[in-house]
Design a binder for this molecule. Structure first.
Ligand code: SF4
Length: 205
């Protein structure tokens, strides 16, 4: 498929996702937050789900975790403009507590329902490397529950033959209270990203 056709097919996909009712999450969130980035991306990153700010703006990775992600990419030498970012689940799932909306983890049924969109995004983009940020994304891509500790740091083959790497979700770093622990985990995250960068460069060469 030529790049103009890929772009047109992606736009149709995004428009269809905007009206998705495959699970109940669309009933409560503001809007579908579809993936964004170049359709010739070297790396496709998959997060868990949109957060409060993403839900309001309609764009992935723009809240606090997204800002931390941008800084980590920069430090790892990955050009964000060459990456495509999306989420395993495309509607914000939350618990209302007064005026606050608290993040709520998507369940297996919601992850499975929303996998439809990830599969189609990957089919169009065909990224050399797909990265699962966190356990929800890994579950979506790999198709079963896996642990980060058991899967990070090495390439895994997906059912369609694509290559997948697993690392933490940047929001994990925001939840670590101890400064020293946060620094250690942040370094591990950046080391993972550097390995992923090297691998993507090798596959592109
Ligand atoms: S979360 Fe995914 S599957 Fe569920 S309604 Fe939203 S786009 Fe559809």
């Amino acid at each position: 498929m030529g790049s103009a056709n890929i772009k047109a097919a992606w736009e149709v996909l995004r428009e269809e996702a905007a009206h998705c009712t495959r699970c109940d999450l669309y009933k409560y969130a503001t809007q579908t937050v579809f993936g964004e980035g170049p359709l010739k991306a070297d790396i496709l990153f998959v997060g868990e789900q949109p957060g409060d700010q993403e839900d309001l703006t309609g764009r992935p990775f723009v809240g606090p975790a997204g800002q931390l992600f941008d800084a980590a990419l920069d430090e790892a030498g990955i050009d964000r403009s060459r990456t495509y970012v999306t989420n395993a689940v495309k509607h914000f799932k939350f618990l209302q507590r007064g005026k606050r909306r608290l993040h709520s983890k998507p369940d297996g049924g919601e992850i499975a329902a929303c996998r439809w969109w990830i599969d189609h995004e990957r089919e169009l983009i065909r990224p050399p490397v797909t990265v699962a940020l966190g356990a929800t994304a890994a579950r979506s891509l790999i198709g079963k529950v896996v642990t980060i500790s058991g899967t990070r740091g090495k390439p895994l083959m997906l059912a369609d033959g694509g290559e997948c790497w697993v690392t933490i979700h940047p929001s994990f770093l925001l939840r670590i209270r101890e400064e020293a622990d946060r620094r250690t985990e942040r370094k591990r995250f950046i080391d993972d990203l550097k390995r992923i960068r090297d691998r993507a460069e090798k596959l592109a060469a």
